[in-house]
Design a protein around this ligand. Sequence first.
Ligand code: 5AD
Length: 464
Amino acid sequence: MPSVYIKTYGCQMNERDSEAVAAQLVAKGYSLAPSETVADVILLNTCSVRDLAEQKALRKMENLAAEIRRDRPEVVLGFMGCMAQSRGQELIDRLPDVDLVLGTQKFHRAADCLDEIIAGRRDKIVDVAEEPGSEATIREHLLNGNAQKSVTAYVSIMQGCNQYCTFCIVPYTRGEERSRTIPDIVSECRQLVAQGVKEITLLGQIVTSYGRRRFGRAEPPLGQDAQQRVPAQGKSPFVQLLDAVHEIEGLERIRFTAPHPKGYGDDLIEAYALLPKLVESAHLPVQSGSNRVLKLMHRGYTREQYLVLIEKLRRARPEIGISTDIIVGFPGETEDDFEQTLSLAREVEFDQAYIFKYSQRRDTPAADLPEQVPQKIREERNQRLLEVINEIAAVKYKKFVGRRTQILVEGPSRKNPARMTGRTRCNKIVVFDFAEREHRGRLMDVKITRASSFTLYGDPVIPD
Ligand code: 5AD
């Protein structure tokens, strides 16, 4: 059977999709190639969120066509995911070496498409059609295929997005929002825990919208009793899902990403008090500190509402780690707007922030706004914001030195395999020396001895 190599660009959702495709192919008898140079099939799982990500994948495919295909003409080359979805046939017109273009609702069809191509029944396949029910098709995991069992796993709870932020291409690449049922998600989580997973991250474009569109429809919502169409005790479907996942015995930690500030209700804040497995960590994309820009972005909240939310979260869990996404140089962003973003960053004191220079995306409303910010200014603002974010994070990370904190041991450090890494509940990476391999998957206490940018170093605390 052929071997496959999958390279992934972009977000955790893409990582998860690639893992599911790999699992599907392994189940069909494919092997996983250690590198692209020896693979029979090379798939690029692409990202469209910024132009840079698209250019990287296009250049990569050009190189694969020129270098690998030249020597081994039988190698199958494919694009999957967001750029495949948004560009479709255009990708083959531009790069005729590409054999397969598979959209975001078709990952479960990867093996069948490859079979057709490899058997010579079809020359090229472009499949980017909508597929009802595709949200429930991303459920295979590769845990048993890994030499080392995974301690953490992603579980996809929904697909698509209906928010239509004016800068964002995702509603067009990922389609309408569709949620899986609670029993379906819980059974996948149970299986993972039975295989040794200790921490689950629930994934969706906007997890706080989970299940909302299914309520009030004729079908039994979320696979539960029809009476439960009204959220149980005023709880949103997402919090009901958290309650259900929390019940799973053997599961130690629950994370989720990403919530939307506007959907972050009091029931979700209360969940922190009620569900001890829910870790003290929230990734809350703010995008801008200026109300004028937030409105132009179609975000649905104000700076003040965002700040109130942060305050509530910190009241519920003072230790909570808060990260965010921020866009600089959105069309029309003035120096004054940008300074409000700087002041918001100072006020919130984020533990971590991902800063993005605004990138014009095709078919999005903001791409046509007249006042595009010059590239030079986008870069300059990126730099200035980065300095503020780094400065604040350095102070925050230093505060951990001398403290004792619980980590989940994930495995050897990527940079230095002689060391081990784990994560605190508030999502900080801790690197430490001691620990037998069998400590993987264990919760242990460490004493933090040193902090560098976005990493803590520590020593395990040995119980007396
Ligand atoms: N330009 C720059 N950044 C963007 N993001 C989404 N669309 C764009 C764009 N057109 C960022 C947002 C989002 C993150 C995943 O990517 O900050 O939260």
